[in-house]
Write a protein that binds this ligand. Structure first.
Ligand code: NDP
Ligand code: BG6
Length: 511
């Protein structure tokens, strides 16, 4: 390549028509990195994004020439911004020394630009500020995190890409869910984004994919010869993926009511877990190979029918408020805060195996787990010792995603002693005792680091998203069209009894 004057492109003339000059993507010696959070005054930015950026910075995992920017409509000086996020930064490994010093250094790299999402002026000012920090190095790479409500997604993405993208390096844009409300609106969003950005530049986040135990799912399955041969209808009776929160929509009722639990948690987080669980072995660990397998399995799933779902909504119990008591929720709303769904995969590996997904707010406890129930042992020698409830004695593999991450396998075992008595015991891998050396990184840390490194393994590809929506859109439309009334359950309970009937229809008991 040559520059505007015909001189060969090298590091010195990158800015003069030599954008194509190929420095390796991660040549951080010659490149700077600007990370900008749009919607920096909001909840997610404070709660997750800046703490994760700080953790990466603290661990020395970010390039040396990194700067952080906040952008939002709220007027704020750099100092006020630093003060706001300063209060959210924690040192994950508390025992480390000089945390306060690291926080101070991090905050000195943080800047704030006020501006609207739908006008170029603010983005132009942002770009100028970024450029003033980047000028010392030949290549500038930029990341924009869209931490804003969906109504301003497209304007903000368009301005970030058209007005503030880097002229000398790559620009990547992280998009948070919700990616639309159904197949049509998701397509519209995808088309809108594609007018400004290539698929290569878009990182669709599903933060459940960044959780330690979810990343471990493929390791567990594909690198252990005791599990891989069992991973099919021949040995597995059913699989449950459970998400349970012990708090309601407090404070987020306005957002939540437009979406409901199926769009908020099931169509994305739980379905992604299911796809990773059930996919065939990918050709390699490359992002495209993994995502190809996920798309294949999503496309093999049956579209969820109304007969395979139970919806619920929490009501007040004692002093604990019901969903409808939230002022931001419209009176008489039918939006489900709980749903249980049975899904099936029409392929040779999984034909006939029920996959039960359950998610709810304001339940009895907070946890998320995958439970794999295995078939009964044929011709079991010890049947007479185990009583008539065979289900109580089948093997079960539990992957506890949170809290207290763990993997355990329930096995039948002889009770020690002279008699022959069997009970169910656990082969138990508790993360907090097995891996004491470090606290687990937050999902956002892993995902943000992957964006910096250009690794898309844990991000959702456009065709994956389309396949996921096509499984749930007919159900969502039918629930809304027919105004299906959710079954009420008390705040803090185990959810509606209908979920048990749904499971029982397929011979399953929730774990
Ligand atoms: P917020 O509602 O806190 O919004 C973020 C910022 O966007 C606000 O600080 C505000 O900044 C601006 N904003 C809010 N409403 C509007 C509006 N109607 N028009 C224009 N700008 C607006 O969102 P969160 O931080 O909670 O979430 C950000 C994104 O991440 C959303 O898409 C959300 O759905 C998603 N998400 C959030 C999670 C969470 O735990 N909070 C979890 C998973 C996803 P200003 O007024 O200063 O411009
Ligand atoms: C978000 C949902 O995606 O995930 C929230 O919008 C939910 O409703 C949250 O509370 C749960 O995430 P985590 O990581 O706290 O389990």
């Amino acid at each position: 390549d040559v520059d505007a004057d015909g001189a060969p492109c090298d590091l010195s003339n990158l800015d003069q028509g030599c954008q194509d000059y190929n420095l390796p993507d991660n040549d951080w010696e010659h490149s700077s990195l600007s990370i900008c959070v749009l919607g920096a005054s909001g909840d997610l930015a404070k709660k997750k994004i800046f703490p994760a950026l700080f953790a990466l910075y603290y661990e020395g995992l970010l390039p040396p020439n990194v700067q952080f920017y906040g952008y939002a409509r709220t007027k704020m000086s750099d100092e006020a911004f630093r003060e706001m996020i300063g209060g959210t930064l924690a040192c994950r490994i508390d025992a480390r020394e000089r945390c306060g010093e690291a926080q101070e250094k991090f905050l000195q790299r943080c800047f704030y630009q006020a501006g609207s999402y739908d006008q170029a002026a603010g983005f132009s000012a942002l770009s100028v500020r970024m450029a003033s920090q980047e000028a010392v190095l030949p290549r500038a790479n930029r990341i924009f995190f869209l931490s804003i409500p969906p109504n301003v997604f497209l304007d903000a993405a368009g301005n970030a890409a058209d007005v503030a993208s880097s002229r000398t390096g790559w620009t990547r844009v992280i998009v948070e869910k919700p990616f639309g409300r159904d197949a049509a609106s998701s397509r519209e969003l995808a088309d809108g984004l594609s007018r400004h950005l290539s698929e290569d530049q878009i990182y669709r986040i599903d933060h459940y994919l960044g959780k330690e135990l979810i990343e471990n799912l493929t390791v567990l399955r594909f690198s252990n010869s005791v599990f891989e041969p069992l991973w099919s209808r021949q040995h597995i009776r059913n699989v449950q993926v459970i998400f349970s929160e012990d708090f309601g929509t407090e404070g987020r009722g306005g957002y939540f009511d437009r979406y409901g639990i199926i769009r908020d948690v099931i169509q994305n987080h739980l379905l992604q877990i299911l796809a990773l669980f059930a996919m065939e072995q990918p050709v390699s660990l490359d992002a495209e190979d993994i995502r190809n397998e996920k798309v294949k399995v999503l496309r093999s799933m049956k579209v969820v029918g109304p007969e395979d779902v139970v919806v619920g909504q929490y009501r007040a119990r004692g002093k604990l408020p019901g969903y409808l008591d939230d002022d931001t929720v419209p009176k008489g709303s039918l939006t489900p805060t709980f749903a249980a769904v049975a899904m099936f995969i029409d392929n040779a590996r999984w034909d006939g195996v029920p996959f039960l997904l359950k998610a709810g707010k304001a339940l009895h406890r907070r946890y998320a787990e995958i439970r794999v129930q295995f078939r009964h042992v044929p011709g079991n020698l010890y049947r007479s010792k185990q009583g008539s409830n065979l289900d109580a004695h089948t093997n079960e593999l539990v992957i506890r995603i949170q809290p207290q991450e763990a993997i355990y396998l329930k096995i039948n075992n002889k009770v020690p002693g002279l008699g022959l008595r069997l009970d169910t015991s656990r082969l138990d891998l508790q993360y907090n005792t097995a891996y004491q050396q470090a606290a687990l990184p937050d999902a956002y840390e892993r995902l943000l680091l992957d964006v910096v490194q250009g690794d898309k393994r844990l991000f959702i590809r456009a065709d994956e998203l389309e396949a996921a929506w096509s499984l749930y859109t007919p159900l969502l439309h039918s629930l809304e069209r027919q105004k299906v009334a959710p079954e009420l359950y008390p705040y803090g309970s185990r959810g509606p009894v209908g979920a048990h009937y749904l499971a029982a229809k397929y011979g399953v008991r929730w774990g």
